[in-house]
Each structure stands twice: as structure tokens, then as C-alpha cells.
Design a protein around this ligand. Sequence first.
Ligand code: TYD
Length: 387
Amino acid sequence: MKDEIYYGRIKYLSFVLLDFLLLLTSNYLAFQVYIFQYKPENEYTLNKHIFVVIIMAVIDFFITAVFNTLERVLRRRKKKELYEGIKHVGYSYITLAVILFLFRKSTDYSRLTITLAYLIYFVLFIGVHIIWKYILKKFIQKPARKTVLLMTMDGFLNEGIQRLQEQDFDVRYIYLLKNSKADIVEGIPVIKKWERAASAICWDLIDRVYIYGLDHKMVPQYMINACREMGLKFNLVDFTYRIINIKTIGHDDPGFGILSTLEEKRDIPFSIRRVYWITETEAEFHRGYHAHKLNCQLLFCPYGVIDLILDDGTTRNTVTLDRPDKGLLLMPGIWREMVWKKSGSVLCVLASGYYDPKEYIRNYDEFLEYSRKYRAGSDKVNLNKSS
Ligand code: TYD
């Protein structure tokens, strides 16, 4: 909490106060130019100007609060900062012009002084903010460990925390795909709204965002935007496949059958775009022999026995699907071969993407090459949602 105040709110406050100081300074300078030009006998007096400055300050706070124009100044790149500066000064100038035009006599303000004040303010806004940012970065010591926001699903949470802690990351916040009722898990607060997660990023409380066991397309666009604007890295913790338990409801009467259920985003860490199933197969029949570049899939066998030989490019393992309550979550980049162990066994697949032959790898050598590159850069995620 102490860190949070230190690295978030205090920084933000310092920018708001700095902003106010710049507004006063630029007005002081603009009024001096006015006096120098027109001499004091002119009807526009300091008192009238001070009144205009008070209105300006109120507008400035209003614009900051409503449009959040200062919120992201800390890590924005230079072009973005310039754009933010123009937006902030532009909104303030237009609002002031409208208010003065509607509610004040033209002798109560000097258009020249106000315009000049805003011009000076804009130059100071850009210049001083850059210097202040530099000073903050130089003199405020960040914790040695990188702070992380972890996005995952209930079932993978402890594993995800452990994997990140092993890499010496400080997991500061958790976002769960299936929102758990808990507010805190292992002493780490659970963020329930994306807006909160995006604002933790914008307030510079997070160094990295990590995804564990989710399709990265699950991340909302404004979260991606917040990361982009703050120049934050978006990372994947390597996750190949998992066997998951499918919720199954039996009945005392054995002839009544059993019912199994899967819910998108609650049990399945991706949006389901496609469902297919394979039936009428002979025993010892082999299929598959491919990997996917993008598709996440959940495979299950409601009837029969099917072996899945899984290969991540270095090791091969076999998973047997032989019960309706057993599911196999497969992330992209895994070579699979299916072997039907019993004729008539049914394989059902839920996939995160539409059928696209271009996202298949059907040549094993090509797969090995792809896998090598994919694993080497597995912590870099393409943020393009259409991918
Ligand atoms: P294929 O992926 O080769 O099956 P497997 O790997 O299980 O042996 O698919 C067989 C054929 O079905 C192939 O021509 C592509 C087509 N197909 C679709 O049109 N849509 C789909 O969603 C899938 C999975 C396959």
C-alpha cells in the first residue's frame, strides 16, 4: 500500500500541482508582457486578470478530472505527450473562451494576455513535464523486483503465481478470468474490473502484464491500449497443455446417465468460435499430425478411449482421454497425433478460432523450426487482437 501511494498517487499529484504552478507562472509572464506593451494606465487591471486566472485554474482542474489528461503523462512517448499537451491546453482554452464570452464583459478580460498565457503554458507544460519525469525516474527508487499483474483462470492461479515468483517477480495484482469471490489470494489483491487493472497500469504501479493459460485474445482492447500507451510489455508465461476436470453430474440410478458441462470463460480460457467432432472411427486409427499457430483448443472424449501424443518440440507425452469428465486444454504450438484405441470413440473439440488452413503446421520439420522460435520468444505476445 505504501508503495502504491508512493509510485502512483504521489506521482499523479505531483503532476497536478506542477500543472497548477505552470498555469500561474505563465499568467504572470503574460501579464508582464501586457503591462510592458500597454502600460498600466490601460483599463485592464491586475485584479481583473487575477479573477480570470481563478477561472482558468478551476477549468484546468475540471479538464484534468474529466478528461484525465494528465493521468498517463508518466510513461507516454514524446509524440503522445505532445498530443496530450495540445489536447489539455486546447480543451482549457476553448472552455475559458466560451465562459468569458458568455458571462463576462469584453473589458473584463484581455484576449491577448490569455492567449499568450496559454502559449507560454503549453511550452512550459511540455518542457517542465519532461524534466520532472526525468527527475522522478532518476531519484525515486523503484523496488528491485519487477511488479506484475497476472491474468489467469481460477484453476491455474497458484501455479501462475509460483511460476512468476520463481522468476523473481513481485505479483502485485491478479485478474481472474472467472471472477472468484475472494478479494485477496495469497495476500495479493484480486482485481475484478478491467478499468481497475488498466488504471493500475496507467498509474505506473505495474511493470509487466503476464498471461498464464489464457488465449491472449481474451484481453480487452482497452487493457491492450493502456499497456501500449504506457509502453508496457505484455507477456505470456509458457503454457503448453493441461488436463482439466469437466464438471459432471451423475445419478443414483445407473441407467440415467451422466451429464457433463463446460462454460466459456469459466471452465474454458478462450471464446469458442468453432466446435467439431470426429466419429465412426476404427480402432488403432491415427489422425492429427499437425500443430496450430494460433488456435487454443479443448478436447474431450465423451465416448470411448483416445490417446493424444503431444509434442512441444523437445518432449513427447501421451494423454489418454477415456472419461467424459476429462478434458485436454491445448495451447498453440503443440504437435498432436491422435490414436483411436477403441472403435467408435468420439473426439469433440472446442476451438478458439474459425477454420483457417493457413494457421496449421502440417510438416514436422517446419513445426520443430516454428516451436524453437515460438518458445524462444514465448514471452512476447502479439497484441493485435485480430491475430
Ligand atoms: P484435419 O484437420 O486434417 O483432421 P485431422 O487432423 O483430425 O486428421 O481435417 C480433415 C479435413 O476437414 C480437412 O480437409 C480440413 C477439413 N476441416 C474443416 O473444413 N473444418 C474444420 O474445422 C476442420 C477441423 C477440418
